[in-house]
Write a new protein. Structure first.
Length: 102
């Protein structure tokens, strides 16, 4: 799992009130998934356009461009990135889908 993904959880705990135990459980569940590292060179033109139109960092817009390229949903806890994804036609999958049901 990338440092950027882990940082999202840190920010949710520190600034948005996500309980630490819940964040740790979410990270644990995400780590159980199979990840594939993708090259980004071919995504840069699209990511640049997305970043400029949605006022996002290139880092955030690359994930949106990848979701578009792979025709898959984006999982994010970042509200600005979520809005940019929706504006770009990307479907969102809520992170809470990975939390245990209480």
């Amino acid at each position: 799992m990338s440092a950027g993904v882990r940082q999202c959880f840190v920010e949710r705990v520190r600034f948005q009130g996500l309980p630490q135990a819940q964040a740790e459980q979410m990270v644990h569940e995400l780590l159980a998934l199979s990840f594939q590292i993708m090259p980004i060179r071919h995504l840069l033109p699209s990511a640049l356009q997305i970043g400029l139109s949605s006022q996002l960092a290139l880092y955030d817009s690359l994930y949106i461009a990848l979701a578009l390229n792979l025709n898959c949903p984006l999982i994010t806890v970042d509200d600005r990135q979520a809005k940019g994804a929706i504006a770009s036609g990307v479907t969102l999958k809520p992170i809470t889908d990975f939390s245990p049901t209480k």
